[in-house]
Design a protein around this ligand. Structure first.
Ligand code: GDP
Length: 457
């Protein structure tokens, strides 16, 4: 369980440090950071939209764009030139689908946004989930073309599924892009019709009306992406309404995690030069300074920070959101594993073998029953686990208990379950640390469920 008592003595400096002040001194010019996932049915125009947005915000060089334009022309697929900004590999290009969660960054007036581009192909939902587990906010892209919105939303499409999934992972702010409005002559009626249908669904799915916005766009023509409406047919009813970049700029930035206790998730371990060894990973919350003392992994062995670096440059302090390398001394290399968490000795992370999660289930061939073996994915950690208790099946949107102690859980069900690992692991409740409270369950390389940690034994 959690213990707030100091496990060993830390220096006065470390204990009384004001991380926020330190951050402002060191990084005064930096904008706040956020992760955005782009979701929606296959062919809704997600890649084209994001590629065009990246280009218009100056994040793709003229040279690269020119190359994509030439190549797409040659293949007679010019309409894909923006989409290619996001899916770089030849295989994806040949198949015309985006497979992996590719990453790119855009800067708005107030923030830096890392895009987690989600693929829309039906088989690729599992790839999208790993992106969704990192997302602060989501963009839902729908195709306004007559018949296309309907097949993505009503007829077994992924619009609903994706929206419910990101909501289940705790994402609560959503920007809805009513895309390809050029195909319906910028019709205000069509826009309103789609907005109304989505509004009532999203409310049911647990999104607050004030946290959802709707924007008319065309990813292909670039209309209303970074400038107010130019197209007369749109301008006539939309006026100077917000464009996509405005919507992104106005997302509420998640609380900066700097003032929370240190949590660093380890993604790689290697022998450094000199004594000690190096790890690399991401500071999920808090800050870390040279000479700080920390606790390592489930063994809670103590270690001291001997050097810090980011992008190959030495640092004296690093902060939440930073991808860093650290040299540690005083700890046995065998006690540190990929996926383990390094934490603040005064506010250590819970270590447990058993915890409860709220999950959403998909892709299971055999329904989940008691004793079902899975691979637990938590940050970089991959650990065998067993579903040891089916506490209740719950309503997908409202979270109300539908049935206590169900015998099994099939596709598209939502449930509270308990998981047990054979080795102790470091984990947090979503309510305490959203960064460390999201999990995925996989079986034979397929993601079968995702969700958040609700209770720790
Ligand atoms: P994704 O599967 O959601 O990433 O969709 P893509 O970006 O690959 O786009 C699918 C198809 O729709 C491509 O043929 C695009 O050229 C086309 N498309 C994308 N955005 C628009 C748009 O705003 N208007 C029109 N008319 N076509 C678009």
């Amino acid at each position: 369980g959690r213990s707030a008592t100091s496990i060993f003595k830390v220096s006065k400096d470390q204990a009384h440090r004001n991380a926020q002040q330190l951050y402002e001194q060191e990084r005064s010019s930096q904008k706040s950071h956020m992760h955005m996932i782009v979701i929606g049915h296959v062919d809704a125009g997600k890649s084209t939209l994001m590629g065009h947005l990246l280009y218009d915000t100056g994040n793709v060089s003229q040279r690269v764009m020119h190359k994509h334009e030439q190549e797409s022309k040659k293949l007679g697929k010019q309409s894909f030139m923006y989409a290619w900004v996001l899916d770089e590999t030849g295989e994806e290009r040949a198949r015309g689908i985006t497979m992996d969660v590719g990453q790119s960054r855009i800067e708005t007036k107030s923030k830096i946004v890392t895009l987690l581009d989600a693929p829309g192909h039906k088989d690729f939902i599992p790839n999208m989930i790993s992106g969704a587990t990192q997302a602060d906010v989501a963009l839902l892209v729908v195709d306004a073309t007559r018949g296309e919105f309907e097949s993505g939303f009503e007829l077994g499409g992924q619009t609903r599924e994706h929206a419910i999934l990101v909501r289940s992972l705790g994402v609560n702010q959503l920007g809805v892009v009513i895309n390809k409005l050029d195909t319906v002559g910028w019709s205000n009626e069509r826009f309103t019709e789609i907005v109304n249908k989505l509004k009532s669904f999203l409310k049911q799915a647990g999104f607050k009306e004030s946290d959802v916005s709707f924007t008319p766009c065309s990813g292909l023509t670039g209309e209303n992406l970074t400038k107010p409406a130019q197209e007369p047919a749109l301008k006539a009813w939309y006026g100077e309404g917000p464009h996509l970049l405005d919507i992104i700029d106005h997302f509420k930035v998640p609380e900066r995690a700097i003032d929370r206790p240190l949590r660093l998730s380890v993604s790689d371990i290697y022998k450094g030069t000199g004594s000690g060894f190096c790890i690399s990973g991401r500071i999920e919350t808090g800050a870390l300074c040279l000479n700080d003392k920390v606790l390592v992994g489930a063994s809670r062995e103590q270690a001291q920070v001997k050097s810090l670096s980011m992008d190959e440059l030495s640092q004296t302090s690093v902060f939440a959101g930073d991808q860093i390398s650290v040299t540690l001394a005083g700890v046995d290399i065998n006690n540190i594993t990929v996926g383990c968490i390094i934490c603040d000795p005064q506010m250590p992370i819970p270590v447990t073998t058993r915890f409860q999660c709220r999950i959403i289930v998909f892709n299971v061939k055999v329904p989940i029953t008691m004793g079902y073996p899975v691979l637990l994915h938590h940050q970089s950690l991959i650990e065998p686990a067993v579903v040891c208790k089916l506490t209740a099946s719950i309503h997908k949107s409202t979270g109300e208990v539908v049935k206590k102690k169900p015998r099994c859980l099939g596709n598209n069900s939502c449930a509270l379950v308990e998981l047990e690992t054979s080795r102790p692991i470091c984990i947090e409740r979503y309510a305490d640390f959203k960064e460390l409270g999201r999990i995925m369950l996989r079986v034979s390389g397929v993601t079968i469920a995702a969700g958040m940690v609700t209770k720790i034994r």
